[in-house]
Design a protein around this ligand. Structure first.
Ligand code: GLN
Length: 267
């Protein structure tokens, strides 16, 4: 059997990794290593030239404070912005949390200071309603409704995926012509008004769920790995099953705490 390899690109790790988002990277690395898939990590930061984006098979972007988002956007311009956009259009899978999706949209209006223009890759806008409006903080639970993601996750996991995470954002996101990632069961999601959470475009998952997301929802981690392998090797690769009993226990504990045990399923 050939040696499988994946390269993860991590967007601006020192500027964009709030609330344990680096856990998403660690989770992907470990789930690859446990299956003997060689994994390398490239920091897509100020030091990297735009060409580096072409080497990555999977992209991770974390959350950030408003100030850090502005610094990132001053670097993620021109050829780099184009390279990231090209990867997403090609169907490179990725997971983008909180501040990252705000930057993938048209713009983000922060609490203070000038509007931060986004990359316009996702048809969404985000706006902080001001210092007097409370942040959206707490555990979040949602179902994935995006197509074909929901169906693919169900095939992978054998049950309807219920996503558990933690959100902490001041910005409110409003979707244009882009699919939501899911429907909120508990929590705020994109804006606390329309019941929608995140966005899904090509193979990019955009979400307000930190948590970190992937260790609590290992089926999303495996979908990212499997999709990245399929794209890279242009063939269907079945992942060996891992022992997720600890993750399942953690999920059960959160759902218990939120009085949602009736929603408990295998995922
Ligand atoms: N600065 C953004 C907001 O408050 C993103 C926060 C985050 O990434 N956690 O909306």
């Amino acid at each position: 059997m050939k040696q499988l390899e994946l390269t993860i690109g991590w967007l601006y790790p020192t500027l964009m990794s709030t609330y344990g988002d680096r856990g998403n990277v660690i989770c992907l690395q470990r789930r690859c290593q446990w299956r003997n898939i060689h994994v390398s990590l490239i920091n897509l930061d100020q030091q990297q030239p735009p060409e580096t984006y072409q080497q990555v098979d999977l992209i991770v972007g974390g959350g950030a404070q408003d100030r850090q988002q502005a610094i990132v956007m001053s670097d993620l311009q021109g050829a780099k912005a184009h390279a990231l956009g090209a990867k997403l259009e090609q169907g490179t899978p990725g997971v983008f949390t909180c501040g990252s999706p705000q930057l993938l949209g048209h713009y983000y209006e922060p609490k203070l200071g000038d509007t931060i223009p986004g990359l316009g890759l996702l048809d969404l806008t985000s706006k902080h309603p001001g210092a007097n409006t409370p942040r959206c903080i707490g555990n979040i639970v949602f179902t994935i409704t995006a197509s074909p993601l929901a169906a693919e996750l169900t095939t992978l996991w054998g049950d309807t995926p219920l996503v558990i995470g933690f959100e902490n954002h001041g910005g409110r996101t409003y979707l244009g012509n882009v699919q939501p990632l899911g429907q909120v069961i508990k929590g705020y999601g994109n804006n606390g008004e329309d019941g929608l959470e995140g966005a899904f475009y090509r193979r990019a998952i955009a979400t307000y769920a930190h948590g970190p997301l992937l260790p609590k929802n290992p089926f999303i981690a495996d979908w990212l790995i499997q999709t990245a392998l399929r794209e890279k090797y242009q063939e269907e690769i079945t992942l060996t099953k891992l022992d997720d009993s600890l993750a399942l226990k953690a999920r059960e504990a959160v759902l218990n705490k939120l009085n949602l045990t009736n929603r408990l399923n295998k995922a």
